[in-house]
Every structure is written in C-alpha cells, then in structure tokens.
Design a protein around this ligand. Structure first.
Ligand code: F6R
Length: 248
C-alpha cells in the first residue's frame, strides 16, 4: 500500500444525505461560475440524492442548466430508451425531466446504434469538440470499476464497447427481473476519457464500497482496480459517507 497523494481531496460525511448535499453544492458552484459547464454524469443509486438536491436548487432558482451540456458515462447495449433499466430512462426520470436542460445538450452513448464502433468514436469526438468535461461525477463498483471499466481494463482506453463482469451484472440485477435480463455488453467512456475531465467528483456510499475506496485511495495504481488510476488525476474530490469510509 502506498501513501495517499495530496491531489485527492477526501470529504467524509455523516450520511448519504450530507454526501448528496455536498456533491450538489460543488456542481451548483460550477454552474454558477460557468453556466456553459460541460457536466459528466453517472447513473446508479449513488448520485440519485445529488440529482434530487440539484433539482431542489433549480426549483429555488439558484441554478439553471439552460446552457449546460451533459455527457453520461455509459449505457447498456441494446436496451430501448423507454426500458426502465436503460440509462436514458434513468437520467430522464432522475434529473432531465425536472430541470431546464436543452434536449440537444444531453449526450448519452447509444447502445442501439447500428455501428457501436462509430458511436464510440463520435461520442469521443463530441466530448472533445465541446472542449472536454469540466466536472465528471463518478460512482464506484464494489470491484473498483468506474463507468463500465471493469478490473483489467486498459488505462489508455477511450469510449468503447465492454463485456460486463459477472459481479457487476449480479450487482445490477437488483434493478432487473432476473440476472438473465441484465445485458452482457455496454458502451462506456474509457479510463482515458474519464481522466481527461478537468475535475472529478467521486461519490461513495455504504459499507459495501469501503474496500474498493480504500484500494482506490491507498492501493497501488493498477488496472485490476480501475478507480486507482484516479490517484494520477490532478483534481479529484472523493465524497464518502461514514460507512464507506470505514477503512480510510
Ligand atoms: C453508472 C456507472 C457505474 C456506477 C457504479 C456504482 O453510470 O458507470 O460505474 O457508478 O456501478 O453504482 P451504484 O451507485 O449503483 O452503487
């Protein structure tokens, strides 16, 4: 195990609500300082509270998404956008339908594209042509994955198609009727895409993530714990609740 690097700022919160409030404040301040912010967004359970809090700030007219552009981390392969498990559906339900973001400024990789390879290339170049992600929100998997970059992924990867790890499919099966329904493939921003974001906000909640975040922060930088690459990013903030911070 190595020493924690100074560039990782760690904020420990009492609980999930405080985590969500703190994360939303950081994103809100970006939007206030730069209304045209390019926001990198994640799905999963962890950011739901943050999105709720952002909606509250929007309803109170403290922030607006009118000029913001968003890029989501990932999407399942071959799930209709209306499917309740698609990330398109998730983002609409948990954030986009309740704020003033322009439809044309929302970007989520399409798992329905005729050529997934072309979809990956054009996603990557769209991020670049917008000037790059200003702040990327991330959750973390129990196995240290970020986006759908599973253990042993390549640190040099850009947006690409992945086969999902059994552990990830099992963890995500809670949203489906059974594990067979969980897609075996997905499109995800690569580690290089994520590392290109100017700032990263990693949200960690619950004891089941405590080992993964410990290895991310204190472990060796290794492709077997994808999130450990964040030690090499110059501007990472980890917001972790007390349960997730068990070993920190
Ligand atoms: C979501 C994503 C995933 C999740 C991770 C944690 O877009 O890319 O890496 O962030 O699986 O998921 P939750 O928050 O459900 O524990």
């Amino acid at each position: 195990m190595t020493e924690r690097l100074e560039n990782m700022k760690i904020i420990t919160t009492e609980d999930y609500n405080e985590l969500s409030e703190k994360a939303a404040k950081i994103i809100a301040s970006k939007l206030i300082l730069k209304p045209k912010s390019i926001l990198g967004l994640a799905t999963g359970s962890t950011p739901i509270g943050t999105y709720k809090e952002l909606i509250r700030l929007y309803n109170e007219k403290i922030i607006s998404f009118n000029e913001a552009i968003t890029f989501n981390l990932d999407e399942y392969y071959d799930l209709d956008y209306e499917n309740v498990n698609s990330y398109h559906y998730f983002m609409n339900k948990n954030l986009f339908s309740s704020i003033d973001i322009k439809k044309e400024n929302i970007n989520i990789p399409s798992g329905l594209a005729e050529s997934l390879e072309k979809e990956c290339e054009s996603y990557e170049s769209k991020i670049e042509s917008c000037g790059g992600v200003d702040i990327q929100i991330l959750g973390i998997g129990r196995n240290g994955h970020i986006g759908f970059n599973e253990p042993h992924c390549k640190f040099g990867s850009t947006t690409h198609v992945v086969s999902l790890d059994e552990d990830t499919r099992r963890a995500n099966a809670r949203f489906f009727r059974n594990i067979e329904e969980v897609p075996k493939k997905a499109i995800t921003m690569g580690i290089k895409t994520i590392m290109n974001a100017k700032e990263i906000l990693l949200l960690v909640s619950g004891e089941d993530k405590s080992k993964a975040i410990y290895e991310t922060v204190y472990g060796n930088v290794t492709e077997s714990v994808p999130a450990s690459v964040l030690q090499l990013h110059p501007n990472v903030t980890v917001i972790v609740d007390k349960k997730g911070a068990k070993f920190l």
